[in-house]
Design a protein. Structure first.
Length: 235
């Protein structure tokens, strides 16, 4: 079984399409949230995901930007993100906003070997907001895993790829599709191959996309220039 992991698309249709070409052969797609925010193609991204959910096993949780746009919960956001939230609320269709509102904050998945996964955007302690970084100590990660009954924890939110194995359990973050923040501008995703040997059966990948087009759309929408420029640097 091939399981594709994606997260933090952030209204970047160009990045999503590039990643989709690489993962469409997967038996299941697991998304750790933030379909929208920052970028200039929110309706197109949500509609793409909605269509795929009708065709295949595609699970998605609500991220903090999805939540802010769907419910107006923008407190704690920086000025760039807040401006993008308000723009999204103006341009998104009612149907797509309703879709975001219906996304759960937690999802559960079991692969063909019986291994179980918890999907969440931030952390089981704070599903929408807590950041879990790859450099955290084993002790801190054990504390986070104490809230999880499943075998593996799948996260997003940091936009930084992560694989940590703690006492035979994994914490995996595939990185950001639409706005990577690890210094590599290319769209990030991960794949789990259940036929390969645990725990190294997860691979991390990058794919180039039409970053100039994604940046152009942001500028034409009147969104902050910073949101366009950061796409070139992966920060």
């Amino acid at each position: 079984m091939l399981i594709a992991l994606i997260s933090d698309i952030h209204s970047n249709l160009e990045a999503l399409k590039a990643v989709w070409k690489e993962i469409k052969r997967a038996d299941a797609v697991l998304c750790m949230g933030d379909l929208v925010g920052y970028g200039a193609s929110p309706n197109e991204v949500v509609e793409f995901v909605r269509k795929q959910m009708e065709k295949r096993t595609f699970l998605c949780v609500r991220g903090n930007h999805d939540n802010a746009i769907a419910f107006g919960a923008e407190w704690g956001f920086n000025p760039y993100a807040r401006q993008a939230v308000r723009w999204h609320q103006r341009v998104m269709t009612i149907e797509n906003l309703e879709f975001l509102r219906r996304l759960p904050v937690r999802q559960f998945f079991t692969d063909d070997t019986g291994r179980s996964y918890l999907l969440i955007h931030g952390s089981p302690r704070a599903p929408l907001d807590e950041y879990v970084f790859p450099w955290y100590s084993d002790e801190e990660l054990r504390a986070i895993l104490s809230y999880v009954r499943q075998d593996d924890l799948l996260l997003g939110h940091t936009h930084v790829p992560m694989l940590r194995v703690i006492d035979g359990r994994r914490i995996i973050n595939p990185g950001g599709v639409g706005q990577p923040r690890d210094g590599d501008w290319r769209a990030a995703y991960a794949m789990i191959d259940t036929e390969a040997e645990f725990p190294d059966n997860v691979g991390f990948y990058r794919v180039e996309y039409e970053v100039e087009e994604a940046a152009r759309k942001i500028l034409e929408a009147g969104l902050p220039r910073f949101l366009a420029e950061r796409l070139y640097d992966g920060v």
